[in-house]
Design a protein around this ligand. Structure first.
Ligand SMILES: *Cc1c(COP(=O)(O)O)cnc(C)c1O
Length: 354
């Protein structure tokens, strides 16, 4: 039976990427050696790193615009503190839109003052704050573009003179944006790009080198840039797999092409959520995420029936995060429209039964 993988992360990757990655584990580029048993300084792997870095910039349309792409260790969670270590001298602004921004704020407070410019905590992060004003004199403003747990997503981004930093872990490469409005973007790979273990950081070089503190080498973006993202042994398998996903996306037609499919998937599911009385959406309609759709049953007594039907249809990974409950359908780039169709069929079947 075909399994439809709606997992929030780690999550679905394109089948052809998994196939190529597994081949490289056995025999990399016909060398008779595994990708994971050769030197990361070998010509073949250096080419992988260079290709991954340039593909990332190319897809975001940031080539030759003063940005550098890095593939680092430590997940998005390390970036919570690395951003502050490298950029926070006095005061930074944060928009608090959920668990991940909350965690980023906690780390930043170790390095300087944090102003919560806006927050949607009062309604358990159902919406994206609006109408806030960004104070002057910030070292940077930090936002989380897509709130994986609550299912909200920024549609418009704050305007500020300060560098704009964005945790894009769960929606990078999923929709067309003017990426040059951001000065630093970071994303754990395991949602739209590859296996856990590597984080993409895209940083505009001219925002670096402005804090007075000493920064340990491994946490210093400038060190990683000067070493072409090879300061120490990179996570070779996650980098290689990410490169394959970026190639897959490029061959598909890039971000604009995947965005069209992502919008179709989201429209299909949200219209079912809105029209079917058995379900109700969690997030504010205007702030809904294209990537993670959160919803609940209107009648909890239908839980077992619904979950049995999901299982029978091969639908996997639909449980909501423990802080929200209910259901969350994560529709990352590699999830097909067909899989969303299978979920929607189960949902409408629920209505007929109800
Ligand atoms: C998953 C996620 C994280 C955490 O990523 P790690 O790589 O596990 O540290 C951070 N931010 C967002 C928006 C996420 O979705």
């Amino acid at each position: 039976m075909k399994i439809h993988n709606f997992s929030a992360g780690p999550c679905i990757l394109p089948k052809e990427v998994l196939l190529k990655a597994s081949e490289a584990v056995m025999d990399f580029n016909g060398s008779g050696l595994s990708l994971i048993e050769i030197s990361h300084r070998s010509k073949d792997f250096v080419a992988v790193m260079e290709n991954a870095r340039s593909l990332a910039l190319e897809l975001l349309d940031l080539t030759d615009k003063g940005y550098q792409a890095l593939f680092l260790h430590g997940g998005a969670s390390l970036e919570f503190l690395m951003v502050a270590y490298n950029l926070l001298e006095n005061k930074a602004g944060y928009l608090n839109t959920g668990t991940w921004s909350d965690k980023a704020i906690k780390e930043a407070k170790l390095f300087g003052d944090v102003v919560e410019v806006g927050s949607s905590k009062d309604e358990n992060f159902k919406y994206i704050p609006k109408g806030y004003s960004v104070p002057d004199g910030l070292d940077y403003l930090h936002i989380t573009s897509n709130n994986t747990i609550f299912g909200t997503q920024f549609k418009k981004f704050p305007k500020t003179d300060a560098p704009l930093v964005c945790d894009m872990s769960s929606d990078i490469f999923s929709r067309s944006l003017d990426f040059s409005q951001f000065d630093l973007i970071y994303a754990g790979a395991q949602k739209n790009m590859g296996p856990a273990g590597v984080t993409l950081v895209v940083v505009k070089e001219d925002i670096l080198g402005k804090v007075s503190r000493k920064i340990p080498s491994m946490l210093d973006y400038k060190v990683h840039i000067s070493k072409d993202s090879m300061f120490n042994t990179p996570p070779v398998f996650p980098v290689y797999t990410s490169m394959l996903t970026l190639e897959w996306l490029k061959n598909l037609g890039g971000i604009a092409a995947i965005e069209e499919i992502n919008e179709k998937k989201a429209r299909l599911l949200y219209s079912e959520i809105d029209l079917n009385p058995v379900f109700e959406g969690y997030a504010n309609i205007e702030d809904r995420s294209l990537m993670n759709a959160t919803f609940n049953l209107t009648d909890e007594s239908l839980k077992t029936t619904f979950e049995n039907m999901l299982k029978e249809a091969g639908i996997n990974g639909l449980n909501g995060h423990r802080s929200v409950g209910g259901y969350r359908a994560s529709m990352y780039n590699a999830l097909s429209l067909e899989s969303v169709g299978v979920l929607v069929d189960v949902m409408s079947e629920m209505e007929r039964k109800g």
